[in-house]
Design a protein around this ligand. Structure first.
Ligand code: GTP
Ligand code: MG
Length: 413
């Protein structure tokens, strides 16, 4: 038994959400308090169901019968953590050039009003927004109105707000110009153009009837790169077909596509694991990486960037393949090549596909090679998933503590 398993004391660890496999788990907490291994426990109200529950339908085929699942390419609700945006603020309105006109009042003087200023484009942090998928590629701010007669100024253009998630980095070229880390934080992405002056503005002692006016200034235009600092608490890292998507389906209510061919997952998906102490842990299913990924092979560098933005990692290994320890070594090598120290991030090794006979034989060899315990489970049958969930909670709590220790606000879902 891993040393952390016994220390996992919190009373009610899992929620009983009907969508997750955690149904009924709240009942197991007293025995967990008693320090028993999860696999020794039995739920109190469902005695016929062992703790390592076999949820065949958790991992695959949860769609309604007759409803064709959306292909990965058509599935637009995937997680977007990077967006290039062209922001154009509104132009200022033009000043007016006209003269006061009233019966029996000759030479009424200039009365052209100033133009309204153009609206800014502002990035604003909204806690309801989770990814950059709702951010468009082009934003055009509202223009200011032209000035009018009788010294009427034009109406200013309204401010255009772009809602972004907490932890958005704003980059221009290679320089980071803003870090939006708290709800309500704002950054002026583009300044609206100033309104022009009407001819009344140019009235002077030596020029009592100026006809001149100035046009409004154009709004600022910038190309910004928005990036999310943190994608999720945990990232599932593994070779294609290791069973990452199956695992995410099994522990959360996310529905990434599962298939027996490599590179099924093309975009990251986030699933939320609910715990009974109202803690929510976000787990990201990241597309498979291959040997040479750090040189942009396979699906390449962008997915290594997603991994970089997870607080801790779950290395998923296909235990049914020969020499599964090579997978762990290769994954760590790729991460380290991409960014120094990335493979040292808090992590856990998950040996998947334990339901296959060759996997059972491989488990002791894998543990001997790595010299450490691994979490052996089956995403397909649901075997031993609770051990993974306990470990995820421990890693999550440790990361939150570390973030707080560094004076940073921990990521909340
Ligand atoms: N027997 C068995 N098969 C599994 C298990 N987990 C996943 N599989 C199968 O392995 C294949 C790949 O599973 P996926 O979840 O799509 O793997 P993935 O790691 O997300 O793959 P990519 O998206 O290509 O990176 C599917 O045919 C799954 O049914 C398991 O625990 N046992
Ligand atoms: Mg997948």
């Amino acid at each position: 038994m891993a040393p952390w398993a016994g220390a996992m004391i919190p009373g009610r660890i899992f929620s009983a959400s009907p969508h997750t496999l955690l149904e009924g788990m709240v009942l197991w907490s007293p025995s967990i308090r008693a320090g028993l291994k999860p696999s020794q426990l039995l739920p109190q109200q469902a005695p016929s169901r062992p703790l390592s529950v076999g949820y065949m339908n958790c991992a695959k085929h949860q769609e309604l019968p007759g409803k064709k699942p959306l292909s990965e390419k058509k599935l637009k609700r995937h997680f977007v953590d990077r967006r290039r945006v062209l922001v154009r603020a509104g132009n200022g309105g033009s000043g007016a050039s006209c003269f006061h006109s009233e019966p029996r009042k000759e030479f009424g003087g200039p009365d052209g009003g100033d133009g309204g200023s153009g609206g800014h484009v502002i990035l604003r942090v909204d806690q309801q927004v989770r990814s950059l998928s709702s951010v468009l590629s082009l934003y055009q701010g509202f223009h200011g109105e032209d000035g009018g007669r009788k010294n009427c100024s034009g109406r200013g253009g309204a401010t255009l707000y772009i809602r972004v998630p907490v932890g958005t980095l704003v980059k221009e070229g290679s320089e980071t110009v803003a870090e939006l880390s708290h709800p309500g934080d704002e950054y002026i992405a583009a300044l609206g153009g100033a309104g022009g002056k009407g001819n009344r503005f140019f009235l002077a002692n030596d020029n009592r009837a100026p006809a001149m006016y100035t046009p409004g200034e154009p709004g600022q235009e910038r190309v910004l790169l928005l990036e999310l600092k943190t994608v999720a608490h945990a990232g599932l890292v593994g070779f294609p077909n290791a069973g990452k998507s199956s695992l995410l389906r099994a522990i959360s209510n996310a529905k990434p596509t599962v298939a027996s061919y490599p590179f099924t997952t093309l975009n990251p998906h986030i699933g939320i694991v609910h715990y009974a102490d109202h803690q929510q842990v976000a787990v990201a299913d990241i597309p498979g990486i291959v040997r040479g990924a750090h040189q942009n092979r396979g699906l390449g560098l962008s997915f290594l960037r997603h991994i970089e933005r997870c607080l801790f990692l779950l290395f998923v290994v296909d235990l049914s393949l020969p020499e599964p320890w090579a997978q762990v070594e290769d994954l760590k090598y790729e991460l380290e090549k991409h960014k120094e120290g990335l493979s040292q991030r808090p992590h856990e090794i998950i040996a998947n596909k334990m339901d296959l006979p060759q996997a059972r034989a491989n488990l002791p060899r894998l543990q001997a090679h790595l010299g450490q315990e691994v979490i052996a489970l089956s995403a397909l049958t649901g075997e031993n998933l609770e051990q993974l969930l306990l470990r995820v909670k421990v890693l999550h709590d440790a990361c939150v503590e570390a973030e707080r220790g560094q004076g940073r606000q921990p990521l909340r879902w």
